[in-house]
Every structure is written in C-alpha cells, then in structure tokens.
Design a binder for this molecule. Structure first.
Ligand code: APR
Length: 245
C-alpha cells in the first residue's frame, strides 16, 4: 500500500480507509480444532455452564473451574490460526479492520490482526481476586493455574474470563467501534449471548452487515447479507467481493 509521505499510516488508517468491524464467535476458531459451545457435541454439551463459567461455580469449586480453563489453555497451545483468521489479517492492507471477538483464544493475534478487542476475556491471562483485579500473562511454558497460585499481593489468581452473570467491561468500547463502522461482518456466532449479541443494533442506519456462518443464525437484523460457509471459505469469498468494489 502506497500513501503520501506526509500522511502517517495511522492517520491514513483512521481517516481514509473504510472501517470494517468483524464480530467473531466460536465458529471462527472451529476449523482450528477448538470446539464451539452450542453446536451438537459442543462444550456446553459436555459441561454445565453453572459449574465452570459462573461466579457461583468458582465459589463452589474453584479447582474444577481452574482445571476447565487449564484444559482450554493447553488445547489452545496445540492449535494454530486457520485461513479465516489469516484472511482477516490480510484485509488490513486495504481496510481499517477492528476485530471484536467473543473468543478467549489468541488466534486472531497470532494470525497477525493488529486491533483485537476481547469482549469475554483472554485465556492466556489471569487476574487477581483482590480488589485491584490486576491482570497477568500466563506463560505458555507453564499454562496451568492451580489453587494456591497467587498474585504478588497474596490473592488467588482466577481466569481472566467474563463469566455468565458478570459485567462485560469492554462492551461500550465495542459498541463505539460498531457505531463508527462502514461495514459489520459477523462470523461464527449463534448470537445467543447478551450483551454481545446486541452489538449489531449499534450499526448506523444503512451500514452493510454480512454474516459468515454455515448454519442458520437467529437474532439478526433485516437485510443481512449471508455467506453460508465456514470461516475460511467465507472470509475468502468476502475478500473477493470487497476487492471487486
Ligand atoms: N465457520 C463459521 N461458523 C461456524 C463454523 C465454521 N467452521 N462451525 C460452526 N459455526 C457457527 C455455528 O453455526 C454457530 O452459529 O459458530 C457458531 C457457534 O455458536 P456458539 O457455540 O453459541 O458460540 P458463540 O456464539 O461464540 O458463543 C457466545 O457464549 O458460552 C459463551 O462466552 C461464551 O463467548 C461465548 C458466548
């Protein structure tokens, strides 16, 4: 991409490139080998949400919760981004791309996307259960977090995940990105979990909204343009359509 020397890339990105917000869910990472939640055989067929993804579950059995996320973290270290993740990173050559993801994996970042907002937290981070709630990176060489692992101030560490029933601190930031988008692309989410699923209501009137998902998805506004394919094929098709314009 060539741009006039007196314009910085950041100025060009923010003021001249078209803004695409990509809102992703578990289906984005399915082709990397990470289970979705609500498809048949998905994670919520195997575990009870109340046990592993709520503050009550944590209070009742923190060891079980830590082990659930330890397993997710170990699995994440064994998988790689798919062509869909890579295709979205490549879009940055021509568009100002902001990824808003419900996924707690780091596959968008590992594929090269520069602007990734995690609505539901991050698997490779933990935070203190003390009042400061300081956040720490998990070393990939030591991915397991155990009961008794504490922050420097002496508080137990917990997964840096937004559990059901907890506030979604990044929601306002995400809504602001969506309301400034020239196009919204939704990929691989069943749109069942709020407030995240409500982000689509923040698009400006007339903004094109695309959906990439091989299955039927409800809770979508009228006029959504559908690419009924998996993430890798779907992103490739979207790129071709965008480049033709
Ligand atoms: N490519 C694209 N989409 C796919 C693929 C694929 N290869 N395979 C499945 N999907 C779609 C499914 O059709 C479904 O619409 O991915 C979606 C997965 O939906 P969910 O399992 O409900 O995942 P998600 O919407 O991300 O869940 C939202 O719920 O459990 C919580 O916090 C968790 O962030 C998660 C939130």
């Amino acid at each position: 991409m060539i741009f006039p020397v007196h314009l910085s890339y950041e100025f060009y990105r923010r003021n001249i490139m078209k803004k695409i917000v990509v809102f992703t869910g578990a289906g984005m990472s399915a082709e990397s080998g990470i289970s979705t939640f609500r498809d048949s055989g998905g994670l919520w067929d195997q575990y009870r949400i109340e046990d592993v993804a709520t503050p009550e579950g944590w209070r009742k059995n923190p060891e079980l919760v830590l082990e659930f996320y330890n397993q997710r973290r170990r699995q994440l270290l064994e998988v790689t981004p798919n062509e869909g993740h890579a295709g979205l990173a490549e879009l940055e050559a021509n568009f100002d791309v902001e990824i808003v993801t419900q996924n707690v994996d780091n596959l968008h970042e590992r594929a090269g996307s520069s602007h990734v907002l995690h609505l539901h937290g991050e698997l490779m981070k933990v935070r203190s259960t003390g009042s400061g709630a300081e956040v720490f990176d998990v070393e990939s060489s030591h991915p397991d977090v155990k009961l008794g692992d504490k922050c420097p101030k002496g508080y137990q560490l917990r997964p840096h995940i937004v559990w059901f029933g907890e506030a979604v601190p990044e929601f306002e930031h995400a809504a602001n990105l969506v309301s400034n988008a020239d196009m919204l692309v939704i990929i691989g989410t069943s749109m069942q979990v709020y407030p995240a699923a409500g982000l689509v209501n923040y698009v400006k009137h007339g903004t094109p909204v695309w959906l990439i998902d091989p299955n039927v998805v409800s809770n979508l506004p009228a006029g959504v343009r559908l690419i009924a394919k998996g993430a890798s094929e779907g992103v490739a098709e979207l790129k071709t359509l965008l480049m033709k314009r």
